[in-house]
Ligand binder design. Structure first.
Ligand SMILES: [Zn+2]
Length: 128
């Protein structure tokens, strides 16, 4: 196993979070974090870092909903302050935009959370 950051003190949060945003391994930044859509690899294919013990859990929907609500609320408030929009506009534009945005940011959000958890050592490895 070729670990880049074998020392726990070398695990800095922001580089790991940024690698997670790019859906890459928080340790080496080269191996893919996920296979399929949101299913994370058990180990990094490049450095062998164990990734299966990091679970985003309910923090993932919290982060995604917070981001999506802020974006959608900004558009809705802006439209209302400009005189309002048709309810059909909300139905045909904002609802699909919300779904697409949510689906689009899910992997990066989960990667960022896993990067943060990896850098802080918040895993359930000791429970096994
Ligand atoms: Zn790796």
């Amino acid at each position: 196993m070729n670990k880049v950051n074998s020392d726990d003190t070398a695990k800095r949060a922001w580089p790991a979070i940024w690698r997670g945003v790019k859906c890459k391994c928080p340790n080496c930044g080269k191996g893919w974090l996920f296979h399929h859509y949101l299913e994370q690899h058990d180990n990094c294919a490049v450095c062998g870092e164990p990734l299966a013990y990091y679970k985003a859990g309910l923090f993932l929907p919290f982060v995604v909903v917070t981001l999506v609500i802020h974006l959608v609320a900004f558009f809705m408030l802006d439209m209302e302050l400009r005189g309002g929009a048709s309810p059909l506009f909300y139905l045909y534009v904002l609802v699909p935009l919300t779904v697409v945005f949510t689906v689009g940011i899910l992997p990066s959000s989960k990667g960022a959370i896993l990067g943060l958890m990896w850098s802080k050592g918040w895993s359930d490895e000791q429970d096994r």
